[in-house]
Write a protein that binds this ligand. Structure first.
Ligand SMILES: Cc1cc2nc3c(=O)[nH]c(=O)nc-3n(C[C@H](O)[C@H](O)[C@H](O)COP(=O)(O)OP(=O)(O)OC[C@H]3O[C@@H](n4cnc5c(N)ncnc54)[C@H](O)[C@@H]3O)c2cc1C
Length: 123
């Protein structure tokens, strides 16, 4: 029953400013899966179910993390790629016109709610 979160799970370049934000998303998603498991099991931590909760957390987070790591890297690579004509063309003619809008949209994300464990209501 061991997992990782934050930079340990998805170290990324600083170009989207999402390292800390996505670490907080991890915390909410992990908290939700653990909380729902505790609720399902009448307030108890049950080993098999906890392993499933952690597995579900990883499944929910991995593509989000992969997109942020990749988007951040591409964004930085383009910005710091130098001033050669082909890089200018890629940056201004392709990247900022067609790709950056999608990458920038990654920062708008709702990671969901935490369950109300005290009232026993799953989310
Ligand atoms: C200059 C800079 C600017 C940034 N700007 C932004 C931004 O604008 N927006 C954004 O979202 N993110 C930003 N980030 C990224 C963000 O700070 C990190 O992604 C975030 O702090 C990761 O959180 P974390 O809890 O995973 O790791 P950390 O914050 O690194 O926490 C890990 C903790 O574990 C401790 N630790 C390490 N080893 C051990 C050990 N053996 N035993 C006990 N404790 C240990 C460390 O001391 C540390 O306190 C920035 C980062 C930097 C460096």
């Amino acid at each position: 029953n061991i997992t990782v979160a934050g930079d340990a799970m998805h170290p990324m370049t600083p170009d989207l400013g999402q390292g800390g934000g996505s670490s907080l998303e991890d915390a909410v998603v992990l908290g939700r899966h653990i909380g729902n498991s505790v609720i399902r099991n009448g307030g108890l931590i049950v080993q098999g179910d906890m392993a499933k909760a952690i597995d579900d957390y990883v499944k929910e987070r991995r593509w989000r993390a992969a997109c942020l790591v990749t988007g951040s890297y591409i964004s930085g690579w383009k910005q710091q790629g130098g001033a050669k004509w082909w890089m200018k063309f890629l940056r201004d003619g392709v990247f900022y016109k067609y790709v950056f809008g999608w990458i920038a949209g990654l920062v708008h994300y709702n990671c969901g709610n935490l369950p109300a464990v005290s009232s026993g209501k799953e989310d």
